[in-house]
Design a protein around this ligand. Structure first.
Ligand code: AMP
Ligand code: MG
Length: 285
């Protein structure tokens, strides 16, 4: 876990949830661990995006040439307008699309409702060698579901342990989880929703229900706190990313992914043919 340009301490260390993390007291406008502003952040995003891209290609290449099952899964959670889509576009956008398994989770369809809540999640897990991205996830089943009591309390209460066990199995089978909780302030969310109402190219993102959910803000904070307290584990820790500044969010997530991929200590697969002999053959062809 190195420290790259602009960072005073490694990103993962600056953002990892601790027992003293309090959702209600987060500085959502902060840039933990990072010394520098938007212009440095934007330059680094491009540079580090290229590094991320190469690491992802290595993961992909290794999967094609070995039996090892390794994949990385980025889990994005955050209130509406937190910038999950922006991370997909501006962070994952650096990576070759053929190496990405993307899934988003909305209100369950009638078919999904007939199954266990993890059913739809299991179907979208990244394949070997892939970088998976979840725009929302199984955590909705202890967030929106908890806030609105969409199932009885005893049922959602049991899910924290169940999710930990589920993720334990995932990790044991070779998937590295990078869980990112993105937090915007109530004011910043208001400004971003207002922008959606001011711009015809953003109407499609506006959902009147989002304003209704603002009324449940304290209950969401409580649900997010419980999620962090009960599902940040050694095998799959949460990272809390302040998200009022989009450039910071994107740079931070890039660094978290780079860190996760570097820990895999991947190397380019060696040639399974005689390189010199092939050069000769090619020259003569
Ligand atoms: P968006 O991400 O803006 O497309 O919105 C997706 C919506 O689906 C959000 O309002 C989520 O709270 C909602 N959602 C996602 N998963 C669930 C779930 N398991 N139960 C109920 N609502 C959900
Ligand atoms: Mg939305």
């Amino acid at each position: 876990m190195g420290t790259s340009e602009g960072w005073l301490i490694p990103t993962a260390k600056a953002l990892r949830v601790t027992s003293t993390t309090r959702v209600g007291e987060l500085d959502t406008n902060g840039t933990p661990g990072f010394e520098g502003g938007k212009s440095l952040g934007a330059r680094l995003l491009e540079e580090r995006g290229a590094v991320l891209s190469e690491l992802q290609e290595k993961l992909f290449a290794c999967a094609r040439t070995t039996d090892e099952h390794r994949s990385v899964l980025l889990v994005l959670q955050g209130m509406d307008t937190a910038g999950k889509g922006g991370v997909v576009r501006h962070v994952i956008g650096h990576v070759d699309p053929q190496g990405v398994d993307h899934a988003s989770f909305g209100v369950p369809t009638p078919e999904e409702k007939r199954h266990h809540y993890l059913w739809r999640v299991r179907r979208e897990l990244p394949r070997k060698g892939q970088l998976g991205v979840f725009d929302r996830s199984h955590y909705e089943d202890v967030l929106v579901v908890r806030v609105h009591d969409l199932v009885p309390r005893t049922e959602w209460e049991a899910r924290y342990d169940e999710i930990n066990a589920f993720e334990r199995d995932l990790v044991d089978s070779g998937t590295t989880l990078v869980k990112v909780a993105m937090f915007v302030s109530l004011d910043e969310q208001k400004a971003r929703l207002a922008e959606r109402l001011d711009r015809p190219d953003k109407y499609w993102k506006y959902n009147p229900g989002d304003v209704t959910e603002r009324g449940f803000w304290p209950r969401y904070q409580e649900a997010y706190q419980a999620m962090l307290d009960r599902t940040s584990t050694e095998h799959a820790p949460w990272f809390v990313v302040p998200s009022d500044r989009k450039w910071y969010t994107r740079l931070a997530v890039t660094e978290l992914l780079i860190d996760a991929l570097e820990r895999l200590e991947l190397s380019w697969p060696p040639a399974d043919f005689d390189v010199e002999a092939e050069k000769l053959r090619l020259a003569r062809s």
